[in-house]
Ligand binder design. Structure first.
Ligand code: SIN
Length: 189
């Protein structure tokens, strides 16, 4: 199922007229920066938890066999670590297309690891979008990820690339690392 959000995201005009905008990435935007940026800084956002609850029918799965990718779920006092990119508004054409399967731009405050904060944007796939899969145990999520593949590659690479990136930056995310653990079990290593 597809939930093309490109047109809706074009209506998001909060940062119109700005020469540059901060974008917070928490999933593939951490490890796959296929866009130009002015500056990149490790950052976090508060009151959101990263969860593999979003279906991927266009990147890491197919319409018949969707994969599972990250979205953010509201959770009081949770901290989600990620990467902030300062980008020009032109980059949103590419990003809106890349994130079109259910992700909407949302304004958010982000805190930089090296100090300070800024208001910017984050792509969030809420439970209202047609591609949303919702909660499942981390074992079940790993089982689905283990067998899913789409035009952007294997779903398991998305998970392990994200886990590796978080580890390299010294960040913990029990949800991501639990899925990685089960994924290794299914792969027999
Ligand atoms: C993000 O990385 O910030 C959004 C979700 C994704 O593209 O994986």
């Amino acid at each position: 199922m597809s939930a093309d959000t490109v047109a809706t995201n074009k209506l998001m005009n909060k940062f119109d007229g700005h020469h540059s905008v901060w974008l917070f990435g928490y999933g593939s935007l951490i490890f796959k920066a296929d866009f130009s940026f002015i500056e990149r800084r490790p950052a976090s956002i508060r009151n959101w938890a990263r969860r593999f609850w979003q279906g991927s029918h266009d990147h890491r799965g197919t319409a018949k066999s969707p994969g599972r990718v990250a979205t953010l779920i509201p959770q009081a006092d949770a901290i989600c670590d990620g990467m902030a990119y300062l980008i020009t508004p032109q980059v949103f054409d590419h990003l809106d297309y890349r994130e079109k399967n259910g992700y909407l731009r949302l304004a958010t405050e982000m805190t930089f690891d090296d100090g300070g904060s800024a208001e910017g944007l984050v792509y969030i796939a809420t439970e209202e979008n047609a591609a949303f899969l919702g909660p499942a145990s981390e074992r079940e999520i790993a089982r689905q990820i283990a067998t899913s593949v789409g035009p952007s590659g294997r779903n398991s690479d998305y998970l392990t690339d994200l886990a590796d990136a978080l580890r390299r930056s010294g960040k913990d995310d029990p949800h991501v690392f639990a899925i990685e653990h089960y994924l290794k079990e299914f792969a027999g290593c």
